[in-house]
Design a protein around this ligand. Sequence first.
Ligand code: NAD
Ligand code: TYD
Length: 364
Amino acid sequence: MNIMITGGAGFIGNHVVRLFVNKYPQHRIVCADKLTYAGNLANLADVEHRENYCFEHVDICDFDSIVALMRKHNIDGIIHLAAESHVDRSIKDPFTFAQTNVMGTLSLLQAANMCWQGNYEGKRFYHISTDEVYGALQMDNPQGGNEPGGGPWGTAFFTEQTPYHPHSPYSAAKASSDHFVRAFHDTYGMPTLISNCSNNYGPYQFPEKLIPLFINNIRHRRPLPVYGKGENVRDWLFVEDHARAIDLIFHEGRVGDTYNIGGFNEWKNIDLIKVLIRTVDRLLGRADGEDDNLITFVTDRAGHDMRYAIDSRKLKTELGWQPSLQFEEGIERTVKWYLENQAWMDNITSGEYMKYYQEMYANR
Ligand code: NAD
Ligand code: TYD
C-alpha cells in the first residue's frame, strides 16, 4: 500500500509513522504535514532516510495540492492525524480550529473521493479522533474508590454509543470532522474508520500539554500552573499503545465502524502532578517533596471538562488490543526521555526549530 499519514510530524503522528516504516517495509509511507508550530521534523530524524518513507510539506486545507499529492504517490490508504489539538489555543482562536479540523478533513475526504472515483477496493480512510467529542462525565465518586464496573472517580464511561456533546471549540471541531467522515461513508460508500482516544502521553509531545510542560517546569523549578483545584480527571494512555491500536484498526477494523481507545487509567490532575514531581526529583537526585511548592493554583480553564473515561472493551473483544504498559512504567519512561532529551525541548522552547523550517521553505 501507499499510505499517507497526515500530521505525521506531530506528537502521535511521529509514533505512527515510525511504527509503520519499521513494521511494513513493503508499504510506502508518505508523511504529509504543514509543519505548524506543533510539527517538528526532528521527531522523525531516525526514519527520514528510510527507503519506504518520504515527507511532503502540505496543508490539508489546500485541496488541489492534496489531490496532486495523492496522484503522485498513488495513495490508497490515509491515516488522518493532522489537526489543531490544544484546547487552550482553541479557546483563543476557534477559527483556526474550524479551518484545519473541519475544512481540512473535508478537503481530504473530497480529495480521496475524487482520486478513488468510487473504486474503493483495497482503500482505507482512517480518521483519528478524540474522546473529548463525547463531552464530560460526572465525578459521582469524588473521594475515589473502585465501584464494581466503574472507574475510580465515577461510574459512567464513554462508549461508542455515547451521544456527542462537545464543549470546547477544539472538541466541537473534532466532532464536526467525525460527522463528515461518517457522512462520506454513508453517502458515497467510502471505506472509512474512526477511533476516539483518551489523553496520550510519552516522548515528543509538544510542551504546551500538561505532562511535558510540567516535567520541563519541574526541572527548571518554574511554577506549575494547575487549573482550578486540580480535581479534573483524565484517562491517560502511552502514545506507543495508541500507535499499536491505530495499526490494528487500520488493517483489521470493520469499515464504517468506530472504536474507542483508552487505558482504563484515570488520574486526577493534582495526583498525576505529584507523581511527576516525585519522579523528576528522584531522577535528578533531589530530595523527595523538594519541589511540591512549585504547585500553583491558577484560574480554571473556561468550560473545563470534569472527567473523561473511555470504555475500550470493544477494541479488546473484537480486535484483541489492550494497553501494554502500566502507568508507572510509562511515566518513568516518559520523564526519563524528556530529561535525557533536553536539547529537543530547548530547541522548541527557544523557537529555534521554527527558524529551521522558515529557512528550509523560505523560497518555495
Ligand atoms: P499535535 O498538535 O502534536 O500534531 C498535529 C500535527 O498536525 C502537527 O505535525 C502539525 O504540523 C500538523 N498540522 C496541523 N495543521 C495542519 C494542516 N492544516 N495541514 C497539515 N498538517 C497540519 O497533535 P497530536 O497530539 O499528535 O494529535 C494528533 C491527532 O490525534 C489529532 O487529530 C488529535 O485530535 C488526536 N488526538 C490526540 C490526543 C492527544 O492526547 N494528544 C488524544 C486523542 C486524539
Ligand atoms: P491537556 O494536556 O491540555 O489535555 P486536555 O485538555 O486535552 O485534556 O490538559 C490535561 C489536563 O491538565 C486538563 O484537565 C487541563 C489541565 N492543565 C492544567 O491544569 N494546567 C496546564 O498548564 C495545562 C496545560 C493543563
